[in-house]
Design a protein around this ligand. Structure first.
Ligand code: SF4
Ligand SMILES: [Zn+2]
Length: 331
């Protein structure tokens, strides 16, 4: 029988390119006090399904609504009890929004993760015998000198890494097509703030936004990855489009005006950027479960996916050199 924490807390092997080794990663899906700040303010990004009614985020929103911040502390400790004996080396927290939004950083924002819990987690990790790194996600406006300094102190020299969804360097693609509402200057400031306090950064780069053909999408992703490393980002994760119900991207996919990227395009982006710095390939799984994911023709999809999986565990681009199929030339 499934244990009570297994749906939101688990460990698995994971390649960390910043230390070039496999680590035992604890992934915790943490409910938040409120939905993503940007979703509440604007309706959210056009490809994001985290806030859709069917997402577990919406389904578990009652926990914080009825029991307040203490319930989130309880979820954290229950999740920890479930993985404690597995000696995790890395804690990755996904809250489907901004972990660093405590309600104090941006005027008028509703808190996602209360400061008391941010502090409790960092204090715990700072004293933990095996966990060496905490990874969280945040929009750039919630990354401030004071919260990064405070959390960094509590972590006592362990690594803090913050993932930011830049998605595209191009203002039109990022803010009109994907509706991210991210100012490029604010992104640069956030990266500099993290660096200034010895924290690491990761930028999510999106492949393939709506309205861009296959080759335009490759160019957009390659240029964005170049920009990220020039700006001082430590690691990039290529977020390959997949379809989740309830998004604008899903609407265009259903009416035939949007097609998912091919696996070949993912490989092309990696080949053109791997020399610049570590570029991860994001998985094609999420919550809610995607209804379609990137693929090639039926003859090669499985073998190319296998190579992509092996790349995720090694960042070795030579895995892609032997792959071929007639569908690659057809585009
Ligand atoms: S992608 Fe991130 S910022 Fe955009 S709506 Fe989803 S959770 Fe919020
Ligand atoms: Zn093929």
């Amino acid at each position: 029988m499934k244990k009570p924490w297994e749906s939101f807390s688990a460990t698995s092997a994971f390649f960390d390119p910043l230390i070039k080794q496999m680590v035992n990663r604890w992934v915790l899906l943490l409910p938040a006090m409120n939905l993503c700040h940007w979703y509440l303010r604007s309706g959210g990004c056009t490809m994001c399904g985290f806030n859709c009614p069917k997402s577990s985020k919406q389904q578990y929103a009652w926990i914080a609504r009825y029991f307040g911040a203490r319930a989130l502390h309880f979820v954290y400790w229950l999740g920890y009890l479930g993985v404690k004996d597995q000696n995790p080396q890395n804690l990755t927290i996904y809250n489907g929004g901004s972990f660093l939004n405590s309600g104090h950083e941006v005027f008028g924002s509703k808190p996602e993760i209360p400061l008391s819990l941010q502090i409790a987690i960092c204090r715990h990790i700072g004293r933990h015998p095996t966990i060496q790194k905490l990874f969280v996600e945040s929009r750039p406006e919630f990354i401030t000198s004071s919260n990064i300094a405070l959390l960094g102190d509590l972590l006592k020299g362990k690594t803090l890494q913050v993932g930011i969804g830049l998605e595209s360097r191009d203002d039109r693609v990022r803010n009109k097509i994907l509706r991210k509402g991210i100012d490029i200057g604010n992104f640069r400031r956030a990266i500099a703030t993290l660096k200034g306090h010895g924290a690491k950064s990761l930028a999510y780069v999106f492949l393939k936004p709506m309205g861009l053909g296959e080759s335009e999408a490759i160019v957009d992703a390659v240029r964005t990855i170049q920009f990220c490393f020039e700006t001082g980002v430590d690691e990039v994760s290529l977020s390959c489009a997949f379809i989740q119900n309830g998004t604008e991207m899903c609407r265009q996919y259903r009416n035939g005006s949007y097609k998912l990227p091919q696996l070949w395009s993912i490989i092309e982006v990696i080949k053109q950027t791997a020399h610049l710095g570590p570029v991860r390939i994001g998985t094609f799984e999420d919550d809610p479960k995607p209804i379609d994911i990137p693929h090639n023709c039926p003859a090669c999809t499985e073998s190319v996916n296998r190579a992509i999986d092996r790349y995720r565990d090694s960042f070795d681009i030579s895995l892609f050199s032997q792959l071929s199929c007639p569908c690659r030339e057809l585009g």
